[in-house]
Ligand binder design. Structure first.
Ligand SMILES: [Zn+2]
Length: 140
């Protein structure tokens, strides 16, 4: 989970108060506005007053009837209902914070093997071995 959060880059999470459930959209304030509208459409009128939107962050006051589970379900359904646009987005839960954003592939780049001679890289040990022979062999 930590790695997934890091993959989203530097998300500024300002409202860490325990009384609030925060939904961060990782810098995408337009997405935040859409999720905000979606949330408000799912809750009763009394609850909309407890939901606030500030740039890319939505704060949900614990005094509302929304539970974390409910928020998560609403976020999940929102992401799933926009498969074209949000196909790479995921809802990541961390404490009282939900992050809706693009999760990078689990760092495959770290697992790549690199040729120290030319910077060629491959995930396969065998490929690298064959490649390096090319350097060693010289052109006959
Ligand atoms: Zn090489």
């Amino acid at each position: 989970m930590d790695r997934a959060l890091k993959a989203l880059g530097t998300t500024t999470i300002s409202s860490m108060a325990e009384e609030t459930i925060t939904v961060s959209c990782a810098g995408d304030s337009q997405l935040a506005a859409e999720i905000y509208n979606h949330l408000c459409s799912k809750v009763g009128k009394a609850d909309t007053g407890y939901i606030s939107l500030v740039e890319d962050e939505i704060g949900i006051d614990r005094r509302s009837t929304l539970t974390k589970d409910a928020v998560r379900q609403i976020l999940d359904s929102f992401v799933r209902s926009n498969p074209e646009r949000l196909k790479n987005h995921q809802v990541i839960e961390s404490g009282d914070i939900f992050v809706v954003g693009i999760v990078a592939e689990p760092s495959k780049v770290d697992a790549l093997l690199t040729c120290e001679f030319c910077g060629y890289f491959t995930p396969y040990q065998e490929d690298l071995f064959i490649h390096k022979r090319m350097h060693a062999g010289g052109g006959g």
